[in-house]
Design a protein around this ligand. Structure first.
Ligand code: 5BU
Length: 263
């Protein structure tokens, strides 16, 4: 992507993408926190430590024990206070009729609080159409799962390309991708990348990591989703700052390099 976050923020029309790019630019961060903790209090306490350094808070709401609906209200309040978006990593994967109900109803009422959700494209266009029926009037955004970080996953380049095509057809609702690299140069779409740590290693269950530098500079993605690298740290604030600086520097050097080449 040759444009800066700021230039894209001025150009995009989707309210969620605009707000996201504005947060990134004003807070100078391209870090999303994957807050995979099972206690509401721990998540709230972590947000107070790292909230000023992130542009997205990614949740797995269904791993929280004793979920209480007032929790998502508190998340919304903190998102407003610190300036980040809420992304529920729900990975919808069913027919349109079912995902519509999962998005809107049930215990979690995801569409009421999550600015962003994601979906597999395996079921075909109906999944996007179903989610869109709920999300569009609430001005929510959808991310399509175009690539995964896990070893041995079955996603092919052709499948990834189909995600781009589907996004183009629904650009009023699809705002980007979960991917390991930039998969389209269309500036309307943001690329969020999980599987980030300072060491490019692997965990025991197949998670593969790449570094902030590789993801942002070489693979030209936009946002780094960091989980254990921050929440498992004994000094999460300091580590969030380290990721923030690494991610931002990688972005700056990419932008500068691209500008020098094009001069
Ligand atoms: P980690 O602790 O930094 O490994 O957490 C990564 C998070 O990103 C975790 O919440 C996963 O569910 C999520 N994730 C991922 O790791 N890889 C993927 O391809 C997708 C999501 Br999609």
């Amino acid at each position: 992507m040759k444009m800066t976050y700021k230039e894209r923020a001025l150009r995009v029309t989707h309210p969620v993408t605009k707000k996201l790019l504005e947060y990134m630019e004003s807070k100078k961060t391209n870090i999303g926190l994957a807050a995979d903790l099972s206690s509401q209090e721990e998540i709230i306490s972590l947000i107070h430590k790292v909230g000023e350094h992130i542009c997205v808070l990614k949740t797995h709401i269904d791993i929280i024990e004793n979920f209480d609906p007032s929790f998502t209200k508190r998340l919304q309040h903190l998102a407003e206070q610190f300036g980040f978006l809420l992304f529920e990593d729900r990975k919808f994967a069913d027919i349109g009729h079912t995902v519509l109900q999962q998005y809107q109803g049930g215990m979690y009422r995801i569409s009421e609080w999550a600015d962003l959700v994601n979906a597999h494209i395996l079921p075909g266009p109906g999944i996007v159409e179903g989610l869109k029926k709920v999300g569009i009037e609430r001005e929510r955004g959808l991310l399509l799962l175009a690539e995964m970080s896990s070893a041995g996953n079955f996603i092919t380049p052709q499948y990834t390309q189909s995600a781009v095509e589907l996004a183009m057809e629904h650009a009023d609702f699809v705002v980007g991708f979960i991917s390991q690299q930039q998969i389209t140069e269309d500036p309307r779409f943001v690329h969020l990348t999980p599987g980030i740590q300072f060491q490019d290693t692997q965990d025991v269950l197949g998670q593969r990591y790449i570094t902030p530098e590789i993801a942002i500079h070489m693979h030209r993605t936009d946002i780094l989703l960091v989980g254990r690298g921050i929440y498992r740290s004994t000094t999460p604030k300091e580590d969030a700052i380290r990721y923030q600086q690494a991610g931002w520097n990688a972005y700056l050097s990419r932008i500068t390099q691209r500008r020098c080449i094009s001069l």
